[in-house]
Design a protein around this ligand. Sequence first.
Ligand code: PLP
Length: 393
Amino acid sequence: MPTMRTVHYLDHAATTPMRPAAVAAFAEAAAQVGNASSLHGAGRRARRRVEEARESIAGHLGCRPSEVVFTSGGTEADNLAVLGQVAAADRDVVAVGPTEHHSVLDAAAHLATERGGSRDVRVLPVDDRGAVTADGVRELAGEVGDRLGLVAAMLANNELGTLADVPAVAHAARAVGAAVHTDAVQAVGHVPVDFAALGVTSLSLSAHKFGGPHGVGALLLDRGADCLPTGFGGGQERDVRSGSVNVPGVVAMAVALDEAVRDMDAEARRLSALRDRLVAGVRAAVPDAVANGGGERLPGIANLTFPGCSGESLILLLDAAGVECSTGSACTAGVAEPSHVLLALGADEAAARSSLRLSLGHTTTEGDVDAAIAALGPAAERARTAGLGMARS
Ligand code: PLP
């Protein structure tokens, strides 16, 4: 008989388990036929489900239902926000924080290659927590004025969990008429998010980060925002996003968000306490480990640097010990690159390759945290001494 290995999953920022209520809602909706764009009864029933989900999501996020544009996830929402709003604006300057997710950074880099390279893509300064500041935006706005087309400033950083003062950034950018996009993929479902109060023109979210399914998300797009489509077809979502709406996906996303919002306060308290226990325990086990980030942040993300250890080696050693975590964004974890977030904070390349992100979520227990603490001491020791230290110099 094979023995069952206990696995301690501490990678909730990469993806968190689907909530049972969301699984049930998904299965129920997936068992029904009907394209939400069809005129017959089945289509109308599918449309009703989609519109109920839209209303529920809008109610939780402080926007109007008509401002919810369903997408295939956070990446598509970020791409659409950046490419679509810049294409709609007759302005040539685009500004992004260096700590943004690659779905924002790479979209901005793409813009720099278009129109014969005539666009001016700027990297905004960040504070010591990796967050874009209003001062940085004001300085740029003072220099380029109404050439500023779009500012992208993420609400919660996916590697460090730090929260940015997005209302202040948005105020500074909108003073010169620029569009403002905030990537709230890591924030939605974990901390209160109010689209109207943030003052941005667009905001991205992704269901699998708060207990919904993969492959579904939304862009909240202000009614007054100008955004051109980036894909073409039926124009199902406000003429800005084409493709048959993922009915079971959006239904399950709404259920997951309902539950996440209902439990948010209690979960934030529980997870902050677990995160603090984790960081304190790891620093006791590995005295030279350095905790990154700080200040206003998500309750469930801890990021630590282990000098002299390769993050990748640590992940493999921890995995062998039944603890699953990552170096940062799951989207780049397969590619062995130093953390662009830590580099932006001034870390050298060696340090930027020596960090781990341990992220907690709705299924995390004290046992998971204690298992990670117990495993990290020996893993760091081996990574340093058994030739598993820096994989690259
Ligand atoms: N933005 C942030 C901050 C993320 O953490 C992620 C996923 O890791 C994304 C965007 C992309 O979301 P998705 O996986 O839904 O494409």
